[in-house]
Design a protein around this ligand. Structure first.
Ligand code: ADP
Ligand code: MG
Length: 665
């Protein structure tokens, strides 16, 4: 009998997975056994340690205790819409107050007098004592599941518990674990060292026996991932050494002339330098394959538009791909002002069918137009036969494959990718070794650094007064809420509640808006348009505004729960303001007492510069961190983080290079 590989085995064959569950899993992109086993935890909880109640301090963050429930009551809260379940637990050293918000169902499940295990975050209570908020609670009988390092998966809201998911991963590993092919088995190189086998690594990554073997398992998978990546990169580099067949008319074309005449500002010298470098690609014998890097607000878009105008005016098509619909709309609106009429189209998931057909028809006919859009552009039924230039904005949101897919729409396409993620040059070389690098290292003139302040939530009254002053002086305000997948519903609720509160209690006379990820594209667009036009003065938003949005009149950004954002994310957010000529303020609100978080926020307040911050981030995070939120870096990797795991990346790359040399002989 032929043994099927995990890639070919539908996840439904795993014990405990029926058709219903399989359907849920497919919403996470899990179709096969392979998908399931490669769906890694994004963090771990160390449930081996129990704290005594008397030892607890708020700087411990998340803690686990064992205690007896001695009192329980359910009450409506002082604030509309919130219901509060309060419980008192005791162990032999003291008592602890525990609160759950909007989780009434727990009231029926809990039994006064019973022992429970609680795992949750500690906060300082208004009266000065300590409270644990929204902890996970498990009856003492099931304790044995928890006295380990427990994986936590990102499950969104598909209606599957962590416990169920752990169970099926375990079953999958038991039944299919030994069928995972070891890619590194044949590979001989010094850098590989003594890494565990793939089977061993997979098991440890899901169910670690201790920190040391988890670290080894992770190293193995990171190495493998970087190895494959480097192999791919080396092969592509060979393939890309292609000769240029097309020639563009660089200056004397109508589109460029129109573009330059409509530009309302003088380009910075960094922008001019960047354009020169891009043009030198057009003049050379090789096709362009370039990374344009510049801090948020440095003006990459106009540089890309400039070269796009050259390509358009020479009779070729341009595709401009961005990660979000809002950003596509914004770029489109700008492009329409700068290019001759009828030369720019917008194609996204919410483009109406008729409109879509019209655009596809124009493209198929080979008309020299620029199409701006989201992932929709790489769909198979969108032909771009005369594609001259593919532009990919906010590159870290796309994988290598997606950028290649766009470039494959026509032969010998010039490729320009753009990113604001500051990465050290050495890292860029390894990560984007197939790309040439151009840096914009200067901001447009008149831009003042954003004043950054960190406040605790007891200063809210003053914050609201300040927001009001700013709005009255003609400014606009963002209020940003974190949205973490794992707690998406609660987070969304928090953002909605803040919106209602601001709108009805604090600023009844000012227009307040709300935008979040679950709204439809049309709803989002409506709100963003209203904010852009100045109708909405205060915009409560989950991180949808993170990428590339540009509202010059916005002068204040308030970031709630700032402790939940990484440094680079905070910096991206801050880059959204300070684009007009007025003084701009970024105010982070956080009560965190965690030492690392405090250092991170301290650095954020102190340094306005993205490069400096990325280095601090690197130091603060340190390699091999045991737990913590998944970082969205310049990354398309499942396990590896090219910044933190840079040494492994280098090793894997050398190994791949020597492997290619060996096998090509
Ligand atoms: P990013 O590099 O983050 O993508 P954008 O291209 O969105 O930055 O540019 C940010 C803002 O700066 C835009 O409003 C843009 O019109 C403006 N801008 C770009 N270049 C200049 C310049 N040379 N002078 C003045 N404003 C500029
Ligand atoms: Mg941009």
């Amino acid at each position: 009998m032929k043994v099927t590989s995990p890639q070919e085995t539908a996840v439904q064959f795993v014990k405990g997975v029926g058709p219903k569950l399989a359907q849920k899993l497919s919403r996470l992109g899990i179709e096969t056994v392979w998908d399931l086993v490669f769906y890694f935890p994004y963090r771990y909880e160390d449930r081996r340690r129990f704290w005594k109640i008397s030892e607890l301090s708020p700087s411990d963050g998340v803690c686990q205790i064992r205690g007896q429930l001695i009192h329980l009551d359910l009450r409506r809260s002082w604030r509309r819409g919130i219901r509060l379940l309060r419980a008192l637990f005791k162990d032999d050293t003291g008592t602890l107050l525990v609160l759950w918000f909007n989780q009434d169902y727990l009231a029926d499940k809990l039994q006064v007098g019973e022992e429970y295990i609680l795992y949750g975050r500690l906060v300082r209570a208004p009266y000065g004592g300590l409270e644990m908020v929204n902890p996970e609670i498990t009856p003492q009988e099931r304790a044995e599941e928890l006295t380990a390092i427990v994986p936590v998966y990102s499950l969104g809201s598909i209606g599957l518990s962590q416990r169920q998911f752990r169970k099926i991963v375990k079953n999958a590993l038991e039944a299919y674990g030994d069928r995972f092919e070891d890619v590194l088995k044949e590979v001989t190189c010094r850098e590989k060292g003594a890494l565990p086998s793939i089977q061993e690594a997979l098991k440890e990554l899901h169910f670690p026996s201790d920190e040391a073997s988890l670290a080894k398992a992770r190293e193995r998978l990171v190495f493998e991932e970087f190895f494959r990546f480097s192999l791919e990169l080396e092969r592509r580099k060979r393939y890309l050494r292609k000769d240029r067949t097309r020639r563009y008319s660089l200056y004397s074309n109508e589109v460029v002339k129109c573009f330059v005449s409509r530009l309302s500002f003088e380009l910075t010298s960094a922008q001019k330098r960047a354009i020169e470098e891009l043009l030198s690609d057009f003049r050379s014998n090789k096709i362009m394959h370039r990374l344009l890097q510049g801090d948020v607000g440095s003006g990459k878009t106009v540089v890309a538009f400039y070269v796009a105008s050259i390509v358009l005016g020479s009779g070729y098509q341009v595709a401009f791909m961005v990660p979000t619909e809002i950003l596509a709309q914004q770029h489109y609106a700008k492009a329409v002002d700068l290019f001759p009429a009828g030369r720019v189209e917008l194609l996204t998931a919410s483009t109406k069918r008729k409109e879509r057909e019209r655009i596809i028809h124009r493209l198929a006919e080979g008309e020299a137009i620029m199409v701006i859009g989201t992932h929709s552009l790489i769909q198979e039924d969108v032909p771009i036969p005369r594609l001259g230039l593919a532009i990919i904005d906010e590159q870290h949101r796309f994988g290598v494959n997606q950028r290649m897919e766009l470039a494959r729409k026509a032969p010998d396409v010039d490729v320009l990718v753009m990113t604001a993620t500051p990465i050290p040059r050495s890292l860029a070389m390894t990560l984007y070794g197939d790309l040439d690098l151009t840096v914009i290292d200067e901001l447009p003139p008149g831009r003042k650094p954003v004043k950054t302040l960190w406040i605790t939530s007891d200063k809210r009254e003053r914050l609201y007064r300040f927001m009001r002053e700013q709005v009255e002086a003609g400014g606009q305000v963002y209020v940003i809420y974190p949205l973490i997948e794992e707690s998406e519903d609660v987070d969304l609720l928090a953002a909605e509640q803040m919106y209602t509160y601001l709108k009805s209690e604090v600023f009844p006379d000012i227009e307040v808006g709300l935008v979040h990820g679950r709204m439809s594209a049309t709803e989002k667009k409506q709100v963003m348009d209203d904010f852009y036009s100045g109708k909405i003065k205060i915009l409560v938003a989950t991180v949808v505004v993170e990428v590339g949005i540009d509202v010059p009149n916005a002068t204040v950004m308030v970031i709630e729960h700032a402790e939940r954002f990484g440094l680079s994310q905070l910096h991206q957010l801050r880059g959204r303001i300070g684009r007009g000529d007025k003084e701009a303020y970024c105010i982070v609100v956080s009560d965190s007492e965690n030492e690392k978080t405090r250092r991170r926020l301290g650095a954020f307040v102190k340094y306005p510069d993205g490069f400096e911050l990325s280095e601090i981030d690197l130091i603060l995070r340190g390699p091999g961190e045991f737990s913590g939120q998944r970082q969205h870096g310049p990354s398309e990797f499942r396990v590896g983080n090219p910044i933190v795991d840079f040494p492994i990346l280098q090793r894997a790359r050398r190994c791949a290079q020597s492997w290619i040399r060996q096998t090509e002989k």
